[in-house]
Write a protein that binds this ligand. Structure first.
Ligand SMILES: Nc1nc2c(ncn2[C@@H]2O[C@H](COP(=O)(O)OP(=O)(O)OP(=O)(O)O)[C@@H](O)[C@H]2O)c(=O)[nH]1
Ligand SMILES: [Mg+2]
Length: 310
């Protein structure tokens, strides 16, 4: 059993993030009405055949003091840390660094060094272009890089208003715990050359990304649009008990694309393959041919997945 710890100050958004990951759609109301977590909430899930325990460390001061007084009892054996910072709450940046500092003192003492994903959370869509918050986050990142001597640290900006940011940070974190995971993305990069793909992704049943390729310079809004379509497609597949779902849409700049989501079973586990290509309006036949050709890449995909799962 792998142990994932969500740590951070009260009100940082830890429980919101876990709720969003667990539900993936229709979580807005639940997140609005969350109350502070009392002590530690635990749940479990499986991913790629491994069992994971997820610990949501309530961040109110009295709990923090308790964890720091008995760190061995709470933190021992942690495989991966998600450290959540409320990026909008500038006044508490220092307090948040202090807490992380104290948590890491324990890990240094016992010579455990789990990778740490640091989430600058509440980086809401309307703030992405704002100078002040970007500068503050940058300064904070610079301060936090001091930990990179002892720990592998990774930074992410996340917001519950864009589920893709949350799933990306969670998927990237988990991928650190599997060897060879990057082989899936490498395979997709290879495949994309033959088919001029816009995007190829493989997800597990819970929407965690196993590997992905997207065309360089694909605009963030285009990625988000595709991800929303994907979530919708997966929902339809489950509701209508289908194996495959095809769609066609256009980006804001007018360019049309075709997509297909297909359920694949590797090693008894279900996976979702998403494949997006430019649509050739003059030759729809050709578009269909390309979508058919992804077929030939499945044995390679299966081979890699089986190596990762084993
Ligand atoms: N603007 C904004 N608000 C958010 C976001 N994520 C969570 N919130 C809000 O932040 C508040 C705190 O969220 P929680 O998830 O309960 O915070 P927590 O870290 O679990 O807090 P403790 O359980 O006390 O440690 C809630 O009111 C959420 O609605 C976000 O991405 N953007
Ligand atoms: Mg909480």
């Amino acid at each position: 059993m792998k142990k994932l710890a969500f740590i951070g100050l009260d009100n940082a958004g830890k429980t919101s993030i876990i709720t969003a990951i667990t539900k993936r759609f229709g979580f807005e109301e639940e997140v609005m009405n969350l109350i502070p977590t009392r002590r530690i909430d635990r749940d479990t899930f499986s991913f790629l055949g491994l069992e994971f325990q997820r610990l949501d460390f309530g961040g109110q001061e009295i709990y923090r003091n308790d964890y720091l007084q008995h760190p061995d009892k709470y933190f021992t054996g942690t495989d991966l840390i998600f450290y959540v910072i409320d990026a909008q709450d500038y006044d508490r940046y220092i307090e948040s660094i202090d807490y992380l500092d104290q948590v890491l003192i324990f890990f240094k003492e016992v010579q455990e060094n789990p990778p740490i994903a640091i989430l600058f959370h509440k980086f809401d869509p309307q703030l992405v272009q704002e100078r002040e918050i970007n500068q503050k986050i940058l300064t904070l990142k610079q301060a936090l890089t001091k930990y990179s001597r002892e720990f592998d640290i990774f930074f992410f900006e996340t917001t519950i208003y864009d589920i893709k940011t949350i799933m990306d940070s969670f998927s990237s974190g988990l991928s650190l715990l599997f060897d060879k995971m990057e082989m899936v993305s490498h395979l997709f990069a290879e495949i994309s050359k033959n088919y001029n793909a816009i995007l190829i992704s493989l997800f597990d049943a819970r929407g965690i990304t196993i590997g992905e390729y997207y065309r360089p310079h694909l605009h963030i809004n285009e990625k988000l649009k595709i991800y929303d379509l994907y979530v919708e497609a997966q929902k339809r597949i489950i509701e209508e008990n289908r194996n495959i779902y095809e769609f066609s849409d256009r980006f804001d700049n007018g360019a049309r694309f075709s997509g297909v989501v297909e359920v694949l079973t590797f090693g008894n586990l279900p996976f979702y393959l998403l494949f997006i290509i430019e649509e050739d309006e003059a030759d729809l036949e050709e578009t269909i041919n390309i979508l058919d050709k992804i077929e030939s890449a499945k044995p390679q995909m299966e081979n890699i997945i089986l190596q990762i799962i084993q």
